[in-house]
Design a protein around this ligand. Structure first.
Ligand SMILES: CCC1=C(C)/C(=C/C2=NC(=C\c3[nH]c(/C=C4\NC(=O)[C@H](C)[C@H]4CC)c(C)c3CCC(=O)O)/C(CCC(=O)O)=C2C)NC1=O
Length: 161
């Protein structure tokens, strides 16, 4: 995985150059929001179960996926879905701290679409739940941090669609 710092350093190193003004600007933005990211990740960690539960209530409960024949029906599959959503929240939080999405490609999205397709996990409903996580999390961490986190939840959504 990469982070905002290694990513600009690597690209400068490839060119054998010191960091240029644009790279330094990027780093300045990253450092300026460091405190925000750290505080948000603590709030998310303390509320992760609530965030996922509320997001499920907003997006999936009493829909076709939770009824008999739906992909979330039976406690085993319901639990698998909740677990997946907690993965998305946790990895989006890591990516937000790193200021870089590469961890999502490597550890979450790699092969996921194929797995979902082969198990009949509905991607559209999953994306609705991820979008609900975005809203619920923003209401807990505040809109600035919510926007940062949202970048990475959107990244997972696009990777799935
Ligand atoms: C950290 C990286 C990582 C991810 C992302 C991951 C996802 C993942 N979700 C799975 C299953 C599953 N995922 C879901 C999820 C859902 N079904 C729905 O209807 C909802 C819309 C949705 C929740 C939002 C369900 C129900 C299963 C079980 C499907 C089955 O076995 O029939 C499986 C198949 C194996 C298993 O059941 O554990 C994987 C690999 N595993 C990982 O290690």
């Amino acid at each position: 995985m990469q982070d905002a710092i290694t990513s600009v350093i690597n690209s400068s190193d490839v060119q054998g150059k010191y960091l240029d003004a644009a790279s330094l600007e990027k780093l300045k933005g990253y450092f300026a929001t460091g405190e925000l990211r750290v505080r948000a990740s603590a709030a998310i960690a303390a509320n992760s179960a609530t965030i996922v539960k509320e997001a499920v209530a907003k997006s999936l409960l009493y829909s076709d996926v939770t009824r008999p024949g739906g992909n979330m029906y039976t406690t085993r599959r319901y639990a698998a879905c909740i677990r997946d959503l907690d993965y998305y929240l946790r990895y989006a939080t890591y990516a937000m701290l790193a200021g870089d999405a590469s961890i999502l490609d490597e550890r979450v999205l790699n092969g996921l679409k194929e797995t979902y397709n082969s198990l009949g996990v509905p991607v559209v409903s999953t994306i609705q739940a991820i979008q609900a996580i975005k809203e619920v999390a923003a209401s807990i961490v505040g809109s600035d941090a919510g926007k940062e986190l949202g970048i990475y939840l959107d990244y997972i959504s696009s990777g799935l669609s």
